[in-house]
Design a protein. Structure first.
Length: 135
């Protein structure tokens, strides 16, 4: 299966999402800290990353930079809580997007849209984009 790295400071979230995506056939590694996440980027080489953008109340820039370096083709989906999503959300999300985050989802995570986004991303990873031929 495709390799999925889940990073969230709440172990219950990591556990719940891990179980869900394993049922979809993903090979899942879960982390609750930036240090674990960075180590997993190098050892596990995920193709897809779901990253809490307010990990320990700050944007996990080190994780995003490590992802760009170690797994530049990985698709990164960010999650964010309403609690930290207001005041500096626009700036943080802009930085996150500059560092490779392709979509940002609001917590609490509704499993259906998250699963749809992950499966669409998985499809993009497994089906090469058709080149438009000029013939």
């Amino acid at each position: 299966g495709l390799k999925l790295l889940l990073v969230d400071e709440m172990p219950a979230v990591v556990e719940r999402l891990s179980e869900c995506f394993k049922e979809f056939g993903f090979d899942v590694v879960g982390c609750t800290s930036q240090v674990e996440a960075i180590a997993s980027l190098t050892s596990f080489s995920p193709q897809l990353v779901i990253l809490d953008l307010s990990l320990n109340r700050c944007l996990p820039v080190a994780v995003l930079k490590a992802a760009l370096h170690h797994v530049p083709t990985a698709i990164i989906l960010g999650t964010t809580t309403g609690q930290y999503a207001e005041a500096d959300a626009a700036d943080r999300h802009a930085v996150a997007r500059e560092l490779g985050v392709q979509s940002i989802l609001r917590k609490p995570l509704d499993l259906a849209p998250l699963a749809q986004l992950v499966l669409e991303s998985a499809l993009r990873l497994t089906v090469p984009e058709q080149e438009s031929s000029a013939s």
